[in-house]
Ligand binder design. Structure first.
Ligand code: UT7
Length: 330
């Protein structure tokens, strides 16, 4: 096993206070708690208030991560926000978070759009940038206000998603073998149309007509994605394990993207791991896209599911279609 060059120094998470249950959804949509629970595993999700934007959720998670890392805003020289729900199209949400958090004006600030794989993409990017020796501490955040882009009249999508943010502070490893062992990233751009917002970009700007047709909301071909997701996450997990000479059995905790319990159970089966080895919280948060993995990672750490010496596997899949996996030794 290689000696990692970067390490996770702290994590944090934040979800808005408002909880929206399946039962409440079923009072306004043609759906039931039973359908949502059995098809997805989701029971409730958190929804941001109209005053809260993605940067506000990100800010709260970032503060917790900084405190956990025992660092101050002045220590951060790289900020990456992974999101598909930026506060605005321009500027980058990272710049808004930078200002709210009081980071130095010398901080490199950027957003990345890799949807549910966004946090692992950010981790790879930050690790590579720290490895150059030009950055000391990176703050990486996965944050989403998905309630602002789902069509609340479309029962096939709106019941699945929730709002929230998770963050991590990365720094240089101390050479003792703990840290990010590696990441494996990729994408199937040929399937980009399976999960998209059709209108509102440079190809098809918004018009009154497209707004009337609700084409500025998220559209998903769930069934097709399900199959690709299981295969891609299984392969991404196997590849990263093989690359680092780790067997699935040596992984103490798997943090999968929280989209659907049936996807997680299928991957557990393929990897021949007991499902208890997988950290699952989608029952409480639904699918929070880029925030899903860092929220779960933070919870798993705080609940003692990750102990010193453990190997953790992160694995994700999302719009793009992107995928990613990462191995971390604590
Ligand atoms: O975040 C990363 C990317 N996203 C994913 O990984 C999501 C992957 N896909 C999935 O998780 C699942 O495909 C869904 C949860 C989205 C859908 O589950 P499914 O078992 O694939 O259901 P389906 O789309 O085949 O729909 C089955 C039926 C349909 O009715 P008919 O055509 O059989 O009469 C739907 O209209 O269920 C109906 N349906 C619903 N019924 C009640 C769809 N949504 C609902 C709903 N409540 N909310």
């Amino acid at each position: 096993m290689v000696s990692p060059s970067t390490v996770i120094l702290g994590t944090g998470a934040y979800v808005p206070t408002r909880v929206l249950t399946n039962d409440e959804l079923s009072t306004r949509l043609d759906t039931t708690d039973e359908w949502i629970r059995t098809r997805t595993g989701i029971v409730e999700r958190h929804i941001a208030s109209p005053e809260e934007a993605t940067s506000d959720l990100a800010l709260n998670a970032a503060r917790v991560a900084l405190a956990d890392a025992k660092l101050s805003p002045a220590d951060i020289d790289l900020l990456i926000v992974a999101t598909i729900t930026p506060d605005q199209q321009i500027p980058a949400t990272a710049c808004i978070v930078q200002h709210k958090l009081g980071l130095a004006t010398t901080t490199t600030c950027l957003d990345i759009n890799a949807a549910c794989s966004g946090f692992i993409y950010a981790m790879e990017l930050a690790s590579a940038m720290i490895s150059t020796g030009r950055y000391r501490h990176a703050l990486i955040i996965g944050a989403e206000k998905l309630s602002s882009i789902v069509d609340w009249q479309d029962r096939t999508t709106c019941v699945l998603f929730g709002d929230g943010a998770g963050a991590a502070v990365l720094g240089r490893a101390d050479g003792k073998g703990t840290g990010i062992l590696g990441t494996k990233l990729g994408a199937f751009g040929e399937n980009a149309d399976l999960l998209q917002i059709p209108r509102g970009g440079s190809r098809a700007p918004l018009t009154e007509e497209t707004i009337g047709a609700r084409e500025h909301f998220l559209k998903m071909k769930g069934k097709e994605i399900f199959k690709i997701a299981v295969r891609a996450m299984d392969e991404a997990a196997r590849d990263i394990l093989e690359q680092h000479g780790v067997t699935a059995d040596q992984v103490a905790c798997v943090i999968p993207h929280q989209a659907n319990l049936r996807i997680i159970e299928a991957i557990a089966q393929y990897l021949e791991l007991p499902s208890e080895r997988f950290y699952v919280n989608l029952d409480r948060y639904g699918n929070t896209s880029a925030a899903s993995i860092p929220i779960a990672l933070d919870e798993a750490r705080r609940l003692g599911r990750i102990k010193p010496g453990d190997i953790t596997l992160l694995v994700a899949f999302g719009a793009g279609l992107t995928y990613g996996s990462a191995l971390i030794r604590w």
